[in-house]
Design a protein. Structure first.
Length: 218
């Protein structure tokens, strides 16, 4: 009976060596890692996309709601200001026409000056209260009130000219005429601003310009 021989150079008691393979991730570990990465990406996308998918960002919705409330408030203020401006315009026009003639080649009496003062008091009354609104309507209100104030100073300057004499009286009349012109320009600017406020708030174009001063020809 033959015995199994040994390979040359190998010990009889040493086990056969095995080839060492590099470590690799098992298929299940790879799947878990990939699933985690995908979940992270989906979570990040959800933060961005879900608010829009379910009715929008609450903060954006609230901001839009506040903007709409401000627009409605400014629309109401604009309509009220248009009414006040239309009422004041009649009084202002009467004073402007009389003062223009008196400060030029004509003249006015103390009684007429008193009537001008009363007319301007009536015109200024609706502007005594100044509720806070948007920039457009606030500027328009301030501009109209400023125009009335400027015209009032023109009247007071002319009243001073009535009791002055000589060169001083002449200079005061000239100054009254210049203030008259400043009031006209101030009213025109404020009327334009009110028109801007009307468009911005959805009221539409509004025309409270003085006669012959409407840039739109209305």
């Amino acid at each position: 009976m033959k015995t199994r021989g040994r390979m040359p150079g190998r010990s009889a008691h040493q086990p056969e060596s095995r080839r060492v393979r590099p470590s690799r991730l098992r298929p299940r570990a790879v799947a878990v890692f990939a699933a985690g990465a995908v979940a992270g990406v989906l979570a990040a996308l959800a933060v961005v996309l879900l608010p829009s998918a379910f009715g929008g960002d609450p903060m954006q919705d609230r901001a839009a709601e506040l903007q709409e409330q401000e627009r409605q408030r400014d629309a109401e203020l604009t309509r009220a200001l248009v009414t006040a401006a239309e009422q004041a315009r009649a009084e202002v026009t009467t004073v402007l026409d009389g003062l223009e003639q008196a400060a030029g080649s004509g003249s006015a009496t103390a009684e007429q000056v008193t009537q001008w003062r009363q007319a301007l008091d009536t015109a200024a009354a609706p502007f005594a209260e100044r509720p806070s609104g948007g920039t457009e309507v606030n500027l328009a209100r301030s501009g109209l009130a400023g125009a009335i104030t400027t015209l009032d100073r023109a009247v007071e300057t002319y009243a001073a000219a009535l009791v002055a004499e000589g060169e001083l009286a002449a200079r005061l009349r000239v100054l009254a005429g210049e203030l008259h012109d400043d009031a006209v320009h101030a009213w025109s600017t404020a009327a334009t601003q009110l028109d801007v406020a009307g468009v911005a708030t959805g009221v539409g174009h509004v025309h409270v310009f003085l006669d012959g001063a409407d840039p739109h020809g209305s």
